[in-house]
Design a protein around this ligand. Structure first.
Ligand code: AR6
Length: 172
């Protein structure tokens, strides 16, 4: 396991990192869960930038990512990615979830972001099974880091106890 990967149980909106990742939806207009928390804490500027992106490219497809500034957040940027809705596992959910991590990291490298925090994408309202989502997240990020020298730290932010235990075990 790459030593640049860490895990923390926390509220992602409190983190002072270069970028936090948002588990958004294709509309980019906000919602519940971590998305709601990020827009509440970050303020109107984030939503305005999301609307501008939406006007230009028509939202964000599942598995892809876009970037805005962090507004009033301690983080400099928010990378908004759209996780798959769990539909039983035969609708390419695993690859789409991996794409969220990969496309977010590609944007991070492009923007010279060194520290980035991910929430447990799709494991709330979108109902992706937590153990499988954690395995995909850790493997995808670890594989990515093998070919990357620029990223300095990737933090998996776990909100609920079950995810925290799963990530602790995978990173142990
Ligand atoms: N900090 C870190 N993690 C959090 C926080 C927080 N403040 N709040 C919740 N989580 P979810 P999804 C965790 O539902 O499943 C929205 O309406 C939570 O415990 O936020 O990808 C969007 O607009 C869970 O483990 O995202 C979409 O419509 C994880 O974040 C939809 O929900 C993801 O849960 C996306 O659903």
């Amino acid at each position: 396991m790459d030593r640049r990967i860490t895990v923390k149980q926390s509220d992602i909106t409190k983190l002072q990192v270069d970028a936090i990742v948002n588990a958004a939806n294709t509309s980019l207009l906000g919602g519940g869960g971590v998305d709601g928390a990020i827009h509440r804490a970050g303020g109107k500027q984030i939503l305005d930038e999301c609307i501008a992106i939406r006007n230009k490219q028509g939202g964000c497809p599942t598995g892809e990512a876009v970037i805005t500034t962090g507004g009033k957040l301690p983080a400099k940027y928010v990378i908004h990615t759209v996780g798959p809705v769990w539909n039983g596992g035969n609708r390419n959910e695993q690859q789409l979830l991996a794409n969220c991590y990969l496309n977010s990291l590609a944007i991070a490298v492009d923007k010279n972001i060194k520290t980035i925090a991910f929430p447990n994408i799709s494991t709330g309202i979108y109902h992706f099974p937590k153990p499988e989502a954690a395995e995909i997240a850790v493997k995808t990020v670890d594989d990515f880091l093998q070919a990357n020298q620029s990223i300095e730290e990737i933090i998996f932010i776990c909100f609920d106890d079950e995810n925290y235990r799963l990530y602790e075990n995978l990173l142990a």
